[in-house]
Design a protein around this ligand. Structure first.
Ligand SMILES: Cc1ncc(COP(=O)(O)O)c(C=O)c1O
Length: 367
């Protein structure tokens, strides 16, 4: 089934999901169906898209262990994080605790709060991960948010979110799940995540420009909707003069939604749910572990934890010399092996559609 769904994975060895995931023909068809409908029926198709987008909230909830009522659609991680950053009533002297090396989408929105007198407390990094003892020390009674990614993009380190939750006290735990969701199992409610923010275009294997946030109930209570539009209300077609905001997380959305993107996201998640969330995680971690073994056997240094609970689908390796790493990356790219070059080394990020042959070929290609 996967072979047919992912023609792109047959054309080249695609090990670059941490940059952008391949989409399946099922995702393409779902997006095309919405557009075909738009071509044929215009506004008449609108009610169907609304109903479908409401159903997709349930599909998202199933994927990430949450509830459909608590899912809000966004454009990407940045806009999702902004819903929290711009939604709290900040007071001078409040603080946000965030690892120093978060991806900018989970960092710049917090820095922007300095204008309200909010202190940004950066958790120092060591060996590709935030030091969790320091994170706990930085949290105090004025900490309103602890923001961290589920998987550290610079190293592939997977954080223990439930353990971090225990240290957050009354602060909201905001998790950038973009390098994890779709590949690794996340249970938003069970792990006590107040805002799980995800973009579809990486491990979710969905389209560009669509994402979501899953809020906890207490986050929904604390946050003011910051992008209120005509679809943020309970009954949009009443066109009320004063908004009566939706009781669900739809109140954090704004106006006309990305119907094609949501259809594509739904199709992408449907494959994970058919395979099984845990099966997908096992395949991804298994592929990454195979790469690690083979790279190590070739004498390359792999920056990956020895603790399987700290591992993700990201495998970064280095020769110890940046120029040599760049040469390997160029050679892999020329040979049709898609991967990325980062400061720490060459980054492989396989997904469930990669075969053992792919992994073998990628490592064998390195000269
Ligand atoms: C951890 C993480 N979050 C988010 C993103 C993407 O951000 P956005 O969805 O705002 O484009 C990336 C992209 O590399 C990332 O690594």
């Amino acid at each position: 089934m996967l072979n047919e769904l992912y023609p792109g994975a047959r054309e080249h060895v695609y090990l670059d999901v941490a940059a952008v995931g391949l989409v399946s023909t099922r995702v393409r068809d779902a997006v095309a169906t919405v557009l075909d409908d738009h071509v044929a029926r215009g506004i008449a198709a609108g009610a169907d898209w609304t109903a479908a987008s409401e159903r997709t909230r349930g599909v998202i909830a199933e994927l990430i262990g949450g509830r459909a009522t608590n899912v809000a659609y966004t454009q990407n991680t940045s806009t999702g994080i902004a819903l929290v950053a711009n939604g709290l009533d900040w007071r001078h002297g409040d603080n946000v605790v965030v690892p120093a090396d978060e991806f900018p989408s989970n960092f710049y929105p917090w820095l922007a709060l300095r204008r309200h007198g909010v202190e940004i407390r950066e958790v120092p990094m060591r060996a590709g991960r935030a030091e969790l003892e320091r994170l706990a020390e930085l949290i105090d009674a004025r900490t309103r948010v602890v923001a961290i990614s589920a998987v550290q993009y610079t190293s592939g380190h997977r954080y223990d979110l439930a353990r971090i939750r225990e240290r957050c006290g009354d602060a909201l735990l905001v998790v950038d799940g973009t390098q994890a969701a779709g590949a690794l199992v996340i249970d938003a409610d069970a792990d006590g995540i107040d805002a799980l923010v995800v973009s579809a275009h990486k491990w979710m294997l969905g389209p560009f420009g669509i994402g979501f946030v899953h809020f906890s109930d207490r986050a929904m209570e604390r946050l003011n909707p910051s992008t209120t539009g005509w679809l943020s209300v309970e009954h949009p077609f009443d066109f009320d003069h004063e908004p009566r905001l939706a009781s669900s997380a739809r109140r954090f959305e704004s106006g006309t939604f990305n119907a094609a993107g949501i259809a594509g996201l739904d199709a992408a998640i449907s494959i994970v749910l058919e395979l099984g969330r845990h099966t997908v995680e096992n395949i991804v971690l298994g592929n990454a572990a195979h790469l690690q073994e083979r790279l190590t056997a070739r004498g390359l240094q792999v920056l990956r934890s020895t603790d399987p609970d700290e591992c993700s689908g990201i495998v970064i390796f280095t020769t110890g010399d940046q120029a040599a790493d760049a040469a390997i990356h160029a050679q892999l790219t020329e040979s049709g092996i898609r991967c990325s070059l980062r400061k720490a080394g060459v980054r492989f990020s396989p997904h469930y559609y990669n075969t053992d042959d792919d992994l073998h070929e990628a490592v064998a290609t390195i000269r």
